[in-house]
Design a protein around this ligand. Structure first.
Ligand code: HAM
Length: 431
């Protein structure tokens, strides 16, 4: 039997209803903050990710799905391509390619699959879904302002509240400007020199190539050493400190709670200044529902003009998982099952179904070969609220037997009143 590849999975009904509920809510909330959708390709040139995300990150050094293109044309051959492990690099590439600075401040979002060759476990997949948002523009558009940082953090708090997710924690840090990061990296290098031989192989390598990445290490034996390393907060200059304070002041003014975590550096190299994560206790080891931060030098690192930006990505798989724990699943239930009884009734039933569906009802259609008992069983199985009997007599008289499958009550309803009658029952469709 051929099965889905390890680390990938099928999303099936009724779970997909929860995914759609999340995505619908996301669109409503993001649009209220004037975000617009962008869709970028699912694969890009490999060098986009190595330059944007950083060669030394786990994502680029270990987890990318990369292949050499084999196209017929000379121009295709030998190109190294990669399935996107994240969305920010592609969006910033699009910003540069389409000179989107002409629009001033861009507030963009996208949703879709990302790919990382990680060890699969609960909440961690090789194909997973992100809901990503980015605010990017030339300096003159105000894209570097702490107002933007606070706005997206407040938007995230609003979204989680709207989804009914309780018990999340927002952790923030400032990881400084790129100049401050250079100084911090140098201090880490010096501090690591006498201790690195006691650390894991990855850390020994990173201590030389990119000491900041040592802070991502999850090996338990390395943690006491990491705990004693210098902290980025000691290296922030006046401007960065002020920027971070302003973000905090606005958050306090709008009533969004946060914690400062000066160990938080995030796993991708492009971050500058504000970096953050929202975590949730219900998720276990993979407890980050979302992460993000500012990336003021990213555009330049892939050949674009200065374009400060900030954004985040929600792990949609994890968001849905927390929702499932709090609200269970939502099931789409048809308003009515139309039972065609007897020869020639399929056509009449199809006409009725068409009318009722145009009246915005969810309709499931039986088959004239079914007996009454089988029709009731079919209606029951899919959770239909009503069953509508379409037999020869009903078709002739234009008055139909409509039975409420919840209460057992049956009434005779003229054709023109059917839709209204069925609609009167409260619907759970939107939640
Ligand atoms: P990230 O922290 O690598 O950031 O990923 C964001 C979120 O995606 C994580 O918090 C997690 O919920 C989810 N995620 C990551 N890997 C997996 C996986 N293997 N399985 C399931 N969920 C996963 C970024 O990707 C940045 N591009 C975010 C960003 C946007 N920063 C600025 N703009």
């Amino acid at each position: 039997m051929i099965k889905a590849v390890r680390g990938t999975r099928d999303l099936l009904p009724p779970d997909t209803a929860l995914w759609n509920f999340v995505e619908k809510t996301v669109r409503e909330v993001f649009e209220a903050y004037n975000f617009q959708e962008i869709r970028t390709p699912i694969f890009e040139e490999t060098q986009l990710f190595s330059r944007a995300v950083g060669e030394e990150t786990d994502v680029v050094s270990k987890e990318m799905y990369t292949w050499e293109d084999r196209g017929r044309a000379e121009s295709d051959r030998g190109h190294s391509l990669t399935l996107r492990p994240e969305a920010t690099a592609g969006i910033v590439r699009a910003y540069i390619e389409h000179k989107m600075w002409d629009r001033g401040l861009n507030k963009l979002y996208c949703m879709g699959p990302m790919f990382r060759r990680e060890r699969p476990q609960k909440g961690r997949y090789r194909q997973f879904y992100q809901i990503d948002a980015e605010v990017i523009g030339p300096e003159s558009s105000g894209s570097a302002s702490p107002v933007r940082d606070a706005e997206i953090l407040e938007m995230l708090a609003t979204l989680l509240d709207r989804l009914g997710i309780k018990g999340w924690t927002l952790e923030m840090n400032s990881v400084g400007s790129s100049a401050e990061r250079v100084k911090f990296n140098e201090a880490l290098r010096v501090a690591l020199e006498p201790v690195k031989d006691k650390m894991c192989a990855d850390c020994q390598r990173r201590a030389v190539t990119n000491p900041l990445r040592v802070l991502d290490c999850k090996v338990p034996e390395d943690q006491p050493i990491i705990e004693k390393l210098p902290r980025i907060s000691q290296f922030l200059d006046e401007d960065s400190r002020k920027h971070f304070e302003q973000v905090q002041e606005i958050l306090k003014a709008v009533g969004v709670e946060f914690e400062i975590n000066d160990r938080l550096v995030r796993g991708l190299d492009y971050y500058t200044r504000t970096a953050f994560e929202f975590t949730h206790g219900a998720l276990g080891a993979q407890n980050a529902i979302l992460g993000g931060g500012r990336y003021d030098g990213l555009s330049e690192s892939i050949g674009g003009p200065p374009a400060p930006g900030i954004g985040f990505a929600i792990g949609e798989d994890r968001l849905v998982m927390t929702l499932q724990e709090s609200m269970g699943s939502i099931q789409q239930k048809p308003d009515v099952y139309i039972a065609a009884l007897g020869e020639g009734m399929d056509r009449e039933a199809a006409r009725l179904a068409r009318e009722l569906r145009r009246g915005e009802l969810i309709v499931e259609l039986g088959d004239e070969k079914f007996r009454l008992k089988k029709s009731f069983e079919a209606a029951d199985k899919i959770g239909a609220r009503y069953i509508l009997i379409v037999g020869e007599n009903e078709a002739k008289s234009g008055v139909f037997a409509l039975k409420n499958l919840g209460t057992g009550e049956q009434v005779s309803v003229p054709r023109a009143e059917l839709a209204e009658r069925i609609k009167q029952v409260s619907r759970l469709r939107d939640r």
